[in-house]
Each structure stands twice: as C-alpha cells, then as structure tokens.
Design a protein around this ligand. Structure first.
Ligand SMILES: NC(=O)c1ccc[n+]([C@@H]2O[C@H](COP(=O)([O-])OP(=O)(O)OC[C@H]3O[C@@H](n4cnc5c(N)ncnc54)[C@H](OP(=O)(O)O)[C@@H]3O)[C@@H](O)[C@H]2O)c1
Length: 343
C-alpha cells in the first residue's frame, strides 16, 4: 500500500482527494493537514466521509511526513514551493495541485504571481500532470505539477488541432465558465450565494493566471509561441467547467471529427461526442471524464470546440490521482471509474 499525505486536506480539492482515495485499492491516506481543523476528526468536518477515515486533521507544523511515499499539496499557491525540496530530499514524491511548479520560467512566475519563486531549481524537473498529453514524462516522476482546472479543458480541446497543424495558433480564443467551487472553500463576499446566484459574469479578462500556463503548454505542442485570448466566467453552480474554444483553420479539411476521435482513441477519460451532440456539465459531474464536441458553423473557417469537465475531478483531484497511478505504475483508472451525476 502506498502511504499518502494531503497538505491542505480540508479545502475543496483536499476533500475531493479524500473522497476518491477512500475507494482506491492501493492507497492508505495516513496524514491529512488543516490548520483550522487540527485535532478535529475528518468525518466531523466532512460527514460524507464517515466510515472511511477514522483520523483527525493534523497541523502541517507537526511534520508527520517522514514515513510517506507521496504527498499531495491541495494548498493555495506559494505554499508548496517552500516545502517540496525537503520532501524530495527524503525520497517522498510530490503531486502538487497548486500553481507553484506549473510555469517553467521563473520570471513568468514572478510576473503572474508577484513573488520570487522559493525553489526555482525544481521548475525544470516538475512534470506537467496532463496524462493525455504528457504520459511518458510522468512515469516515475518525483514532482508533478497538476494543471489548473481551466487549462485542463482548454488544452485537451485545442491539442488535436495544434498537433495536426490545422489552425492559426497565433489567434486562439477561449470563452470558458466555471462553477464557484473553482475558487476554493474560503468564504469571501464575491463567492457568497446572493452574489453568485441568478448571475453570470466574466472576470480576469485582461489577464488570468491560467493564461501563461495555457500558452506554455500549447507552445510545447507546436514548438513556437502561441497567442490565446482567454475570457473566464463565473457560473451560478457548484461544480463544472464549460469551455468554448475558437480557432481559425489554416486549410480546408472535412475530417475534424475523426481527427479528434483518433487523437483520443485510447483515452478512457476523454469522450468525443457524436457530431451534433453537445457536452453538458452534468454529464461529467463527479467523474474524471471530459466530453468534447467539434463544430464548424456553416462550413466556415472557424472551428468551435466545446469541452466540459468537473473542475474538482478531472480539473483537479481526479487528475492528480490519475497522475499518481501513472507515477507508481497502477492501472491509470484505479479509483477513478466513476460515472457522472446526471441529473
Ligand atoms: N478548486 C478547484 O476547482 C481547483 C482546481 C484545480 C486546481 N486548484 C488548485 O488547488 C489548490 C487548492 O484549491 P482548493 O480549491 O482546494 O482551495 P481551498 O478550498 O481554499 O483549500 C486550500 C486549503 O489549503 C490549506 N492551506 C492554506 N494555506 C496553507 C498553508 N500556508 N500551509 C498549509 N496549508 C494551507 C487550507 O487549510 P487550513 O487553512 O485549514 O490549513 C485550505 O483548506 C489551489 O492552489 C487551487 O488553485 C483548485
């Protein structure tokens, strides 16, 4: 059994790791940290987990990580970068759900996160944890940087078009909307029910932190700089991301549907919907699946890709477990064979 710890276990992605790992055959969760809930049983804070976890949250200060094989960070940015080197030194692998190791350029980190990176020497080692695009690099990796929730949807939607050199990658456009759990569990005025309910709004249009991450990963596919316009929105629902991507075709092609079907042919978690069928967030709610559909309105030169995922599962904790399965050589779908909750 793999001995696992979760730092930030009382937040939304931490709780989702606990929910999914409770049913994983090869994992025992030994240490779960929370500063707010230290000493309180996990099942008291999250009673949907009662019967699966007997232990209490512990403070990260207690530093109970020495006997672990793997630590997940489910913390805000600028936390893991201070703690990861000591864990790696003890041969403990790390899967980080935060942004700390996603950007490979130290200067880019400083620009978007406004801080000096505490462990820049590890940026080039960190493997970007998007298995469908990066599986081989994950095998045996010491440090995995899981993608953000929006980047997961955007990259999976654009990847086949860019890999086939079909579209103008200097003009990629994304309009995406996320449920409120994407902002984490901490209360804030902008996230309270009466601010969110019966409302739909954009945010971060001038520059969202997921933008450099998206451009970095797309740039790797084409070997050149890419340019993306990224417009995120907030949806009055708890879970789910719906991303609509727009790209301009460089040449005429009649086989977009089959290009996507072939690109993801062996991917268990990616479903290319039949032509004319559009994805809905409820189809993937609670599951590690991504649904994608492709359209070319009126046969024109603009391709429209629609992608849905559950931000807390494929957009975060499910994907982190998928990465863990690859890193440790378990079947990739172990613990992740969950159907969506529809309705
Ligand atoms: N929510 C999503 O859909 C989503 C998707 C993909 C990636 N992510 C990323 O995943 C990470 C966690 O997101 P989340 O939504 O789960 O956030 P969250 O609900 O706010 O939870 C974060 C947790 O981290 C702990 N924490 C905060 N500062 C800490 C520190 N200095 N040391 C140790 N623990 C600390 C907090 O617990 P205590 O204060 O009790 O210790 C809190 O429970 C973030 O980096 C986020 O960007 C989130």
């Amino acid at each position: 059994m793999l001995a696992v710890g979760i730092i930030g276990g009382a937040g939304y992605t931490g709780a989702e790791l606990l929910r999914l790992l409770a049913l994983h055959d090869q994992v025992e969760v030994k240490v779960v940290t929370s500063r707010d809930y230290a000493g309180i049983p996990i099942s008291q804070v999250y009673s949907h987990l009662a019967g699966y976890y007997e232990q209490s949250f512990v403070s990260p200060e207690e530093n109970l990580f020495d006997e672990l094989d793997l630590v997940f960070f489910a913390t805000p940015h600028a936390v893991s970068m201070n703690l990861v080197p000591a864990l790696l030194e003890k041969d403990i692998k790390v899967i980080d759900l935060s942004a700390d190791f996603r950007l490979q350029d130290n200067e880019l980190w400083k620009k978007w996160y406004g801080d000096v990176h505490a462990s820049p020497e590890l940026l080039s080692e960190a493997v970007y944890g998007l298995p469908e695009l990066n599986r081989d690099d994950l095998l045996g990796a010491r440090l995995v940087a899981c993608p953000g929730c929006y980047p997961t949807a955007v990259l999976l939607g654009f990847a086949p078009l860019l890999a086939e050199d079909l579209v103008d990658f200097s003009n990629l456009i994304v309009s995406a909307a996320s449920g409120v759990s994407g902002a984490g569990r901490k209360a804030s005025l902008s996230n309270n029910f009466s601010e969110i309910g019966e409302n739909f709004k954009s945010y971060g249009v001038a520059g969202h932190r997921h933008l450099p991450e998206i451009e970095q990963a797309l740039g790797k596919i084409v070997g050149q700089e890419t340019k993306v316009i990224f417009v995120p929105h907030l949806l009055p629902m708890v879970r789910g991301i719906h991303a609509t991507l727009f790209a301009t075709l460089k040449r005429n092609t009649s086989c977009l549907q089959s290009i996507f079907e072939q690109f993801y042919e062996v991917e268990k978690f990616i479903e290319i919907l039949p032509k004319g069928t559009y994805p809905q967030t409820r189809n993937v709610r609670g599951s590690n699946k991504v649904q994608i559909s492709i359209e070319r309105p009126d046969g024109g030169s603009t391709v429209v890709i629609m992608v849905v995922e559950d931000n807390l599962v494929k957009g975060a904790s499910g994907q982190a477990i998928q990465c863990m399965n690859i890193v440790f050589g378990f079947p990739e779908d172990m613990g992740l064979e969950i159907l969506g909750l529809n309705p």
